[in-house]
Design a protein around this ligand. Structure first.
Ligand code: PLP
Length: 375
């Protein structure tokens, strides 16, 4: 049988089945039931924050966070151009305008030095994205946002358990959002969470995700809300995953260490960093092919695929996508453009073995060396 190494796969090695069976046997399969609250309480503790509100996915979580902060038409929200489309889409759902910012070359996160230049009288806030599991350098971001009275949302969809100067992702801004999609560090299949220390924001998110119903009065709807609830079954899976989250993170860090061991001295490859102030949780261990290699990124991906290795390209920057490119006319994003054109996400998940990683690296190194010989 030919070998197949997926770029990502869920790892369900704990109480998932037991808790889901409990939902089925008790018939609590909708959004009521004990697991929602248990998962929220445990996730708030995990992030070191007071409140956690579960919801249907990470995109809904972003939408809820923006709505709770009062974002609406006419507002501008600064977002990194190199992110998954959901970050920008959630801004658009509110009738607001995403304003794109370039990446910085080392961590691939938004470049805090460019922030000041993006602020206009319409700017309401910023969404920072801890891309591929490495936290954003928050202090320079927070000094600019405090100075201008802007809010900060952390889009931590890819960074459960990442740390900035010892503090957990999710606890670094006004409010934060997570995704539990099947390829995330922990999963509920589909799912999301909003976390915050702010009781008023938490109250608003809870109301918005439940159709806008008044907490004190059943079927009394004081605002137009949404049905963004998470089911008890999803929360049951989430709680079981969360019980083992430290193991999941430790496994990913181990996988990353193997990649570093095999790849760190290969010329022409740039690897992820872990800054001295950061804990990277390696949602995706990635490589960026150097400009000196004439081999195209997609050719390398095809060569890996032929050996049964699934990879992913970096995200297309938002300023290049049809719904958004009109917003960025005349602006330049050279770092994000280069990363996006040359970046590959390698298989990264908790079930990978050292032999899997060695095989991926062997094939990758052969590509790079072969390319070196033809030059
Ligand atoms: C940075 C980022 N933001 C938001 C999302 C959206 O999460 P979901 O797919 O759960 O809606 C994702 C998920 O892929 C993501 O990577």
């Amino acid at each position: 049988m030919t070998r197949f190494i997926p770029v990502s796969a869920p790892f369900l090695g704990g109480n998932e089945k037991k808790y889901v069976m409990d939902c089925l046997e008790s018939t609590w399969i909708s959004s009521g039931g004990q697991y929602g609250e248990r998962f929220e309480r445990a996730f708030a503790d995990f992030c070191d924050v007071k409140y956690a509100l579960s919801c249907s996915n990470g995109t809904a979580a972003l939408h809820l966070a923006l709505l709770a902060l009062g974002v609406g038409p006419g507002d501008e929200i600064i977002v990194p151009t190199l992110t998954f489309v959901a970050t920008a889409n959630a801004v658009t759902y509110c009738g607001a305008t995403p304003v794109f910012i370039d990446s910085e070359p080392e961590t691939w996160n938004l470049d805090p030095d460019l922030l000041e230049g993006k602020i206009t009288p319409r700017t309401k806030g910023i969404i920072v994205v801890h891309l591929y599991g490495h936290p954003v350098d928050m202090d320079p971001v927070l000094s600019v946002t405090h100075h201008h009275g802007l809010f900060v949302i952390e889009d931590a969809a890819e960074a459960h358990g990442a740390k900035y100067k010892g503090r957990r992702s999710g606890s670094l801004g006004n409010i934060a959002t997570f995704s539990f999609y099947g390829n995330k560090i922990i999963t509920t299949g589909e799912g999301g969470m909003v976390v915050t220390d702010d009781s008023e924001l938490a109250r608003k998110v809870r109301q918005l995700k439940g159709q806008g119903m008044d907490a004190e009065r059943r079927y009394w709807f004081t605002i137009v809300g949404y049905n963004y609830r998470m089911t008890n079954i999803q929360a049951a899976i989430g709680l079981a995953q969360l019980e083992k989250v430290d193991w999941h993170i430790q496994r990913r860090r181990e996988v990353a260490k193997w990649y570093y061991d095999y790849l760190q001295n290969v010329p022409g490859l740039t690897l992820p960093v872990e800054k001295e102030w950061a804990r990277n949780v390696y949602w995706m261990f990635s490589v960026v092919l150097g400009e000196s290699l004439s081999l195209e990124r997609d050719e390398v991906m095809v060569a890996l695929k032929e050996q049964g290795i699934e990879t992913r390209p970096f995200f297309y920057p938002m300023h290049t996508l049809p719904p958004y490119r009109g917003l960025a006319e005349g602006q330049r994003f050279p770092v994000a453009d280069r990363l996006a054109a040359r970046g590959i996400n390698l298989p990264t998940w908790a079930g990978l073995t050292k032999e899997d990683v060695e095989f991926v690296c062997d094939v990758l190194i052969k590509c790079v060396n072969w390319e070196g010989m033809v030059k």
